[in-house]
Structure formats: structure tokens, C-alpha cells
Design a protein around this ligand. Structure first.
Ligand code: GDP
Length: 377
């Protein structure tokens, strides 16, 4: 009897030792797993976060690193994607060049220039400015040939688009905390897609990202964002459908700070019901986030194909939150290039990014020179 008890005791001790050994080995191998470059966070299933439970960046977050995508580099993207700019855009450039290289430039010609510019969504003010500038140059310098016309047009269009504006997205902070980017805009403009594409831009530039799916009114928006995050290893913080968007944003910022990531991007709901409702909702998200970290950038997403209607929407948003940059989406569609200038004028903030397609890397940092060159191609 005694020897049976002894055997049972020995077997139990051996089993316990084996379990302990296995768990130590597992922990070691998790620590020595290579980091998912360039992002330090890997994706998880949707979380209802408990920030305190987050360890070092990357620790315990189990995405399959082998399936992570490597986004295209961001520099020169607009140049590479220039053929995507809608044909109507290049038609404006070509139309203007044809008019300015006529043998005789008379009042009727200038009327046609005006019509072309107004049809490009440039807006009345910038159209008049451009015509005055072109008239002056034609009078003083004359136009020798098509190269001369192109050079003058390029310079004047560039002046309107304003290459001096700072178009960098504020994703670096001096302080030892993540940068916070709020993405706002009407539903359907491409807000969630842009948030996902922006995560890829950041990851491509070597930054670690947490995404907040604070558009909790549309269940699909959370899933959509989760997919974007999973593809590049950015953690996505979500809440149940109908959850308080401010609470999701708050949790995401808490998690981002605890994990020491570089940037937190918050996708918000864009129901343009009433200005008061919008103000309450977005205002609350911003206030709640700012309890933990300042909001460094508020990007307003605008569908470029909506032209002047889009401008009115933009104005409502800019009255509610302090917009610091514009993302013009769907410039690959039927949009007219003049909207870039019109929206910058209307809001007094630069276009920082442009959407040129539904592909994952079809979001380009806006570059005034590449844009004007594309118009004149
Ligand atoms: P949200 O409601 O503002 O979040 O809009 P979504 O991100 O869901 O986008 C609405 C639709 O616009 C989707 O079908 C996107 O693929 C599409 N979309 C977004 N950006 C672009 C773009 O730059 N070009 C094109 N062609 N489609 C876009």
C-alpha cells in the first residue's frame, strides 16, 4: 500500500515539474519571437480593453507575422499615381493650354478660360485671381510657344495651390507620448478607408499605430477597420455596436499610451444629422481624449466628387472641431481638380492627403508640384 502511495506521489511531482518546465519554455519562445517590423504592435481580436493588462509593445499580442503586408513606400506616391487623377482634371490643363496658345487671345478667349476654370470646381474667387494673373503675364511677357504657355500656367496654378503650406500630418510629438489623430467627416466620404490607409502610410514610414473604431453606429465600420489593422499589424480598439464613441476613443488612447506606440488614429462617426448633435458627439470624443493626451491633428475627409456640396459639409465640421488638415478622397473619380484650391480657401487649412483609388496603398501625401504637373500632363 505504502509503495503505491509513494508511486502516486512521485508521478504527481514529475507531472507538476513537466508542466512548470513547459510553461517556462513557452514564455521564453514568445519573448524571442522576432518583432513585426516595422510596427511594434500586432493585431488582436476586437478588444474591450483593459489597458493595465497590456505589457511591453508586441508582448502577448498574437498576430501571424508571416501574413502581415508591407505597404508601398509613401514618398513620391502622388507622382506614381498621377495617371489615376480623373481624366476631367487633365482635360482642364489641356483645355487651358490650348486656349493660351491661340494665335489671338481676346476677350472671348478669356471668357472660355473662365468657363473652363469654373467648371473645374475652382470657385469664383480663385478663378478671377488666376485670370488676372494670366492676363498680366500675357500682357507683359507674351506667349512665344506652347512651352512658354505651359511654364506660365504651371507657375500660376502652383501659386494658387500654394506650395508653402505645411502638409505634414502631425504624427511626431516632442513629448514622450503618442501623437493623436482624429479622423472626421460625413459617412460615405471614405473616412474608415482613409483611416485604414493612413495606418498603412504610418507603418510604411516605420511608425507603430493603434486604431480606434469610434464609429460605433455602423457595425461594419469596426469590422472594416479591424481588417485594415490586421493587414499591417496595427492594433484596433473597438467597442460593441452602439457603444459610446468617446469611451472607445478613450480606451484606445489609454492602450496606445500604455503600449508606447507612436500614433493613435481615431475613426469617428459622421452622421451629419444636426450641427448640435454633431458638435455634442465630436466635441465629447475630443474632450475625453484630451483628458489623456492632446489631439495633434484633426483630419477632415471630403469626397472630392461632391464638389460645392462637399464644401458646405466641410464648413459645418470646421465650426464643430478645429480641422487642421483635409483628406480629399476619390480624386480618381469624376472629381475636378479645382476642388483642392476651393476647399483650402474655404477652410484655410491645407489638403494633406489625397485618395486616388480603392486599393490599400492608394492614399498619397499631397504634393503641390506633382499635382499641378499631373494637371498639365
Ligand atoms: P465612411 O462611411 O466615410 O467611413 O466611408 P468608407 O471608408 O466606408 O468608404 C466608402 C466607399 O468609398 C468605399 O467603397 C471605399 O472603397 C470608397 N473610397 C474611399 N476612398 C476612395 C478613393 O480615394 N477612391 C475611390 N475610388 N473610392 C474610395
Amino acid at each position: 500500500m505504502e509503495s503505491v502511495a509513494l508511486y502516486v506521489l512521485i508521478a504527481a511531482v514529475v507531472a507538476l515539474a513537466a508542466v512548470a518546465l513547459l510553461s517556462v519554455m513557452r514564455r521564453r519562445s514568445a519573448r524571442s519571437r522576432p518583432a513585426a517590423a516595422p510596427s511594434v504592435l500586432t493585431a488582436t481580436a476586437p478588444v474591450t480593453p483593459a489597458a493595465d493588462a497590456i505589457g511591453a509593445p508586441g508582448e502577448g499580442l498574437g498576430a501571424d507575422i508571416a501574413t502581415l503586408e508591407t505597404p508601398d513606400p509613401t514618398s513620391g506616391r502622388l507622382g506614381r499615381l498621377r495617371s489615376r487623377l480623373a481624366r476631367s482634371n487633365t482635360a482642364v490643363g489641356k483645355g487651358l493650354l490650348a486656349l493660351l496658345t491661340r494665335d489671338r487671345i481676346d476677350d472671348a478667349t478669356w471668357d472660355e478660360v473662365e468657363e473652363t476654370l469654373l467648371a473645374s470646381d475652382l470657385g469664383v474667387g480663385p478663378t478671377q485671381e488666376l485670370i488676372e494673373a494670366l492676363k498680366r503675364r500675357v500682357r507683359v511677357e507674351g506667349i512665344a510657344d506652347s512651352d512658354g504657355a505651359r511654364a506660365i500656367l504651371r507657375e500660376e496654378l502652383l501659386a494658387l495651390v500654394d506650395p508653402s503650406m505645411d502638409r505634414s500630418v502631425a504624427t511626431h510629438t516632442d513629448a514622450d507620448r503618442p501623437a493623436v489623430v482624429l479622423v472626421v467627416g460625413v459617412n460615405g466620404t471614405g473616412k474608415t478607408t482613409t483611416t485604414g490607409k493612413l495606418a498603412r502610410v504610418l507603418v510604411a514610414d516605420g511608425r507603430s499605430v493603434v486604431l480606434a473604431a469610434a464609429d460605433t453606429f455602423r457595425a461594419a465600420a469596426s469590422q472594416q477597420l479591424q481588417t485594415w489593422g490586421d493587414r499591417v499589424g496595427a492594433r484596433v480598439v473597438t467597442g460593441p455596436e452602439g457603444a459610446d464613441p468617446a469611451a472607445v476613443a478613450f480606451d484606445a488612447v489609454k492602450i496606445g499610451i500604455a503600449a508606447g506606440v507612436d500614433v493613435i488614429v481615431i475613426d469617428t462617426a459622421g452622421r451629419l444629422h444636426t450641427k448640435t448633435g454633431l458638435m455634442d458627439e465630436l466635441g465629447k470624443v475630443k474632450r475625453v481624449v484630451e483628458k489623456q493626451a492632446p489631439v495633434d491633428e484633426v483630419l477632415l475627409v471630403l469626397d472630392a466628387t461632391t464638389g460645392q456640396n462637399g464644401l458646405r459639409q466641410a464648413q459645418v465640421f470646421s465650426e464643430v472641431v478645429e480641422v487642421t488638415g483635409i483628406v480629399l478622397t476619390k480624386l480618381d473619380g469624376t472629381a475636378k481638380g479645382g476642388i483642392v484650391v476651393a476647399v483650402q480657401r474655404a477652410l484655410g487649412v491645407p489638403v494633406k492627403l489625397v485618395g486616388l483609388g480603392e486599393g490599400a496603398d492608394d492614399l498619397a501625401p499631397f504634393d503641390a508640384e506633382a499635382f499641378v504637373d499631373a494637371l498639365l500632363d
